[in-house]
Ligand binder design. Structure first.
Ligand SMILES: O=C(O)CCC(=O)C(=O)O
Length: 289
């Protein structure tokens, strides 16, 4: 990418991330960029961008009814629907941080946007991101960089982490209410929620967490939308089914968004997906260079 990073983690911050499994920064994207991202973000959610191809869905409901208000709408890979998101200071800084924490081969693996509408925004259950993985790959390592586009605290759904929890394996997860039609996952193993640390942030700040760090967000009871834009970075790996089976809670899933994606593929979306895969490979190679 052309945009240059404007920050680097100190040794002390890198060490803290290794010990705690998360980190908080006051500033990863400048104020004018946050304003620009907010306008793109609001347009994408107003359009329900990617709904017909399974990229837009409500994470905490059965998500079949377009007329019901969505309480945790998400868009997977929003950059596919707004190419102007490609060149940002947020992305350049995120990649630089990922290379510091994971190694020089780190690349942008995935991104998503999660909106919690004012007053009705639903909590995100406690989970480890790795629990969403569909395959197993030796050497897999990933971090997420979570940036709010407005100030965020415990009344609007800031991130809360369990320090040190990234040193555990992936714990048992299940669909909320054991309903496999719901996209979200909730950790159903024992863990001590009283040790959770909330991370309020200014607009354009961020939290960084490891794929195994237990985290959640509360509801948005504030009068303002809570917009979060998340970039994930990983090390390149190859899936290997000899080593482990996919997680059982993912094998059960039957979400409406997956069905919309299958229908879209049949209508020709598979060709679009193929082109996107090639473009992603090219971007990854550029990041490696
Ligand atoms: O924004 C949220 O509510 C949750 C975000 C999250 O779980 C993540 O980025 O891994």
């Amino acid at each position: 990418m052309k945009t240059k990073p404007t920050l680097a983690l100190s040794d002390e911050q890198t060490q803290r991330f290794k010990e705690q499994g998360y980190l908080q920064l006051e500033n990863i994207s400048p104020p004018e960029e946050v304003e620009f991202l907010k306008s793109v973000y609001d347009r994408l959610f107003a359009e329900k961008a990617g709904r017909r191809q399974g990229a837009y869905f409500d994470a905490v409901s059965i998500d079949e009814d377009d007329n019901k208000p969505h309480t945790s709408p998400q868009i997977l890979d929003p950059v596919l629907f707004a190419p102007e998101l490609k060149e940002t200071v947020f992305r350049a800084n995120g990649l630089a941080i990922a290379k510091q924490l994971l190694g020089s081969k780190a690349y942008g693996s995935f991104e998503h946007a999660i909106l919690k509408p004012p007053g009705i925004g639903a909590p995100t259950p406690w989970h480890q991101d790795e629990a969403f993985r569909l395959d197993y790959a030796p050497g897999y390592d990933e971090i997420s960089i979570w940036m709010p586009l407005q100030p965020v605290d415990t009344t609007s759904g800031c991130m809360e982490f369990l320090p040190g929890s990234h040193r555990q394996p992936v714990l048992r997860h299940a669909s909320p209410g054991n309903d496999p039609r719901i996209h979200a996952l909730a950790c159903v193993d024992d863990f001590d929620q009283t040790k959770a640390v909330a991370c309020p942030l200014p607009a354009g700040g961020c939290t960084i967490h490891h794929t195994r760090t237990l985290h959640h967000t509360g509801p948005n009871i504030s009068p303002n939308p809570r917009r979060a834009y998340i970039l994930a970075f990983a090390l390149p790996v190859k899936p290997d089914y000899k080593f482990a089976r996919p997680f059982p809670w993912n094998l059960e899933k039957q979400t409406a968004s997956e069905q919309r994606k299958r229908d879209w593929r049949k209508r020709g979306g598979f060709a679009v997906e193929f082109v996107r895969k090639i473009q992603k490979k090219v971007t990854k190679l550029t990041h490696d260079a």
